[in-house]
Design a protein around this ligand. Sequence first.
Ligand code: ADP
Ligand code: ZN
Length: 728
Amino acid sequence: MNRPRPTGTRVRVILLTQAIGPLDYRLPDWMDAGPGSVVVVPLGPRKLIGVIWDEGFFADEPIDETRLRNIIELVDVPPIAPGLRRLVDWVADYYLANHAAVLRMVLSSSAALSSGGTITEYRPSGAEPARLTPQRAAALDALVDAQGLVRELAEQAGVSEAVIRGLVKAGALEPVSVAVDSPFTNPDPAHHQPELNAAQEAAAEAMRASVRAGQFEPIVLDGVTGSGKTETYFEAVAEALKYGKQVLVLLPEIALTQPFLQRFETRFGVEPATWHSGMRQAQRRRVWRGVAEGRVQVVAGARSALFLPFAKPGLIIVDEAHEISFKQEDGVRYHARDVAVMRGKFEGFPVVLASATPAIESRHMVSIGRYTGLAIPSRFGAAQLPTVAAIDLTQDAPERGHWIAPTLLRALEDRLERGEQSLLFLNRRGYAPLTLCRSCGHRFQCPNCTAWMVEHRLVRRLACHHCGHVMPPPDACPECSTEDALVPCGPGVERICEEVKRLLPDARTIVATSDTLWSPEKAAEFVAMVEEKAIDIIIGTQLVTKGYHFPDLTLVGVIDADLGLEGGDLRAAERTFQQIAQVAGRAGRAEKPGEVFIQTRNPSHPVIAALVNGDRDGFYDAETAQRQRAGAPPFGRYAAIIVSSEDEGEAIQAARAIGGSAPKTDGMYVYGPAPAPLAMLRGRHRQRLLVHAQRSVELQAILREWLGSLNFPRGVRIGVDVDPYSFM
Ligand code: ADP
Ligand code: ZN
């Protein structure tokens, strides 16, 4: 008997595997699928996940009809919507990224793609295993309240999966069946509506109207610290809920999630769904499918939430939109703020960028009329903006070996007497950024990176902040063997905390950094302690500069305002201004007035002067004018090309080949190659080139053709960073 001839249409499928380009398959007639459908396809003997893409995508040689293989299976999830497919195309195109890599950010939960309503997780059963090895004991210790997949538990306990499986076999971990798609409780837009003041109401109404219009509108919500931006944009969220639309709120740090969730619950009766890298597979699946099926109405999340497959998206809020943590620096190098705006454009809804210190780029878009600007110019209620003064460290110097100037110390004493709280800001984790041998001058450097090993005294080790390499603090110098000759140089937050304890022994202190507040739970503990007034003085990094609202915090001290101005990359002045304005904004947020001291060696620097005089617009205007003169963003554009290899010669050669073949284009200049400031990172030697182009230049097309025409040895990696924020 003759086999029936296979029938069906030819479709193009993007596989989730980066190494394989899009391939053609046959869509069998009986399969109800089309562009956006998630499918399983054969590749050799393997079965791989892919997504049917739009016609006309990639016009390379199609394979012969006779060699076309059938799609095996349609995965039971809603198809990726056209708007999100356009976004994937745009991100791949604009950031010169691989389509598969971008698509993987959309299909970011493998569990979501499997059918079935339950998943088996494990948790401690309370029973002791017959054989309790030290490893097993340590694992059980680490997993007291834990629950998750074998892989997740292994990661959490820092042991191999074999150890976890052994504990399951021994009965010390028991299986639990988790219903993965349990329903969500919907937020109630009328749960607790606050009364807005006039400025808030005007901004809220503009955003509500935009949500109702259901059209693309980028909005910059520019409100001073403590003006009630959150309460105000919650009104836009409520409006979206009333119209059955979904909302995404992007937050810059996982540590800010907890306070946000609480405020959300106060306003809407329940917490929103969350999305971040620390979630278990079961949680990811539940949220992913809930979002895709339109059952989840609001998601608060990290930048990766931007690629969730919303069924009925109606609004994105980017909170603290000026934050550079929205820029992803590895994998697909994209800026979540800019991608959020593009998503609104492709899917037709407003995108709100909320900040007290908007990025120059965002402000510029308002000034040329491309974005809508909404302002809340004063603090909510009786609260006033704090007074700001500079402390000139050359005149009012701390004692030798100290970092807190007498004026700041007196202000701290004052707050202690009055029972108010203070915050000291220094953007340096750990105890000291450099350890040095007094006898021979040896400096402790990371073996894998061009970076000093940072001393972390609380956990007794030296750590590299770039690659994570750690070592115990040595007793003797490895170079000259002298004992007790190692000295810490410069302060980190831990050292400032030590100084506070020495000078003010009664003060109750806490160090707040990503080392101490590394999970939403830790951050929640921190907030609770400060709110209960179990803390007098917080010593923190940029992590505590934003979002937090502590009514009794009335003093902010900036330990070293000059730190961020050093090095002088393109955004150094802007970033320093934003950071100090934000941390200053933590002071005096309720009835009690706030006071801010900025320690500097250079009080006449324009950034410091603008902060002291409260001349925000003056600073922004001057900085914008300077960018314009330099043709820097947003007036011109940059792209960095980063060449790396384990072999230094190979990296140099490849970088020279790129430099040597740079196309001559009007309005485009290529600088370099030169060794990167971080000349070595994770054991790879790095060279950089910087392309500077006028806005009229078709930068991506040029880069693609230029780099695509070259061949490199296997060990060489070429990374392109479009609109770079890091110049390291
Ligand atoms: P921002 O994010 O602009 O710095 P917040 O949204 O944190 O400001 O608001 C500051 C404080 O004022 C918060 O405690 C907030 O709950 C309160 N607040 C702001 N607006 C209102 C309002 N309309 N009614 C009641 N409380 C408000
Ligand atoms: Zn390192």
